[in-house]
Design a protein around this ligand. Structure first.
Ligand code: UDP
Length: 240
């Protein structure tokens, strides 16, 4: 039998790139289905789960900005990409019989609900998975910041950041094989060392609201559920 979960309510942030699978662009349905299954297991173990999916597998505003284009228009496109991913994740959850609702920061009522903290709260309490789409709804932000914002608004016990590596390193482990991995580190140290784990605005928001950030590899099957139960491999970013 699984160990009891250590958390009552968590927010899981999955980067858009994690949905790529082996593809260079778009959504690999097998990956989305696997993540949906793991979210379902977490819900079954009694944990309330909010989910933020990035959009980097489809579009990032910086791509347009770097090519000399309009950053704001690019960010609007990026936010729409996060809605597409949320719809894909919602479908995968529903196919598995896991009830979920999408709340978008960008109103688009014919496609999904507009974000309301009160309605999201009620949905989480009823055991629904709540998908937060559209990031913060503003350009010049990222979905990491959107995730930290929603984690604070919803009173989450922790923000789980599912990424492509198994924790926080002193440098990019793919480029620097001698990079040191941290088991535990504070928000302040992450900011002071400029570690590239989440953007600084997201880390600062989590620090100010005492929200632990738990960084793990979403590529490792079952890692989310294991880490949720205090097993598996992750870096914990928390107050001392
Ligand atoms: N974005 C934005 N405001 C937000 C969240 C996202 O403008 O609050 C845009 C931005 O262009 C960003 C893109 O949406 O690059 C996709 O989000 P992100 O890069 O955070 O996705 P991830 O890296 O997690 O896949």
């Amino acid at each position: 039998m699984a160990a009891p979960a250590r958390f009552r309510r968590v927010l899981l942030k999955v980067s858009g790139e994690a949905l790529l699978g082996a593809q260079p662009f778009g959504i690999d349905e097998k990956v989305v289905d696997r993540i949906a299954g793991e979210v379902g297991q977490a819900v079954e173990s009694g944990v309330e789960v909010a989910l933020v999916v990035g959009g980097g597998n489809i579009f990032r505003g910086m791509t347009i900005a770097k090519a000399g284009g309009n950053r704001v228009a690019g960010d609007h496109m990026g936010m729409l990409a996060t809605v597409m991913n949320a719809i894909g994740m919602h479908e995968a959850l529903e196919r598995r019989g896991i009830s979920s609702r999408i709340f978008s920061a960008v109103p688009m009522p014919t496609i999904c609900e507009t974000f309301s903290q009160q309605r999201a709260e009620r949905a989480l309490k009823r055991g629904r998975v709540v998908l937060f789409a559209g990031g913060t709804g503003n350009p010049f932000f990222t979905t990491d910041s959107g995730a930290a914002l929603r984690a604070a608004e919803m009173g989450c016990d922790a923000l789980f950041k599912g990424t492509n590596v198994d924790g926080v390193y002193s440098a990019d482990p793919k480029k620097h094989p001698d990079a040191v991995r941290f088991d535990r580190i504070t928000h302040a140290e992450v900011l002071a060392r400029g570690l590239q784990v989440m953007d600084a605005a997201a880390v600062a928001l989590a620090r100010d609201n005492h929200i632990p950030l738990i960084v793990f590899s979403i590529q490792a099957p079952n890692a989310f559920v294991e880490v949720l139960h205090g097993q598996g491999r992750a870096t914990i970013i928390a107050d001392e």
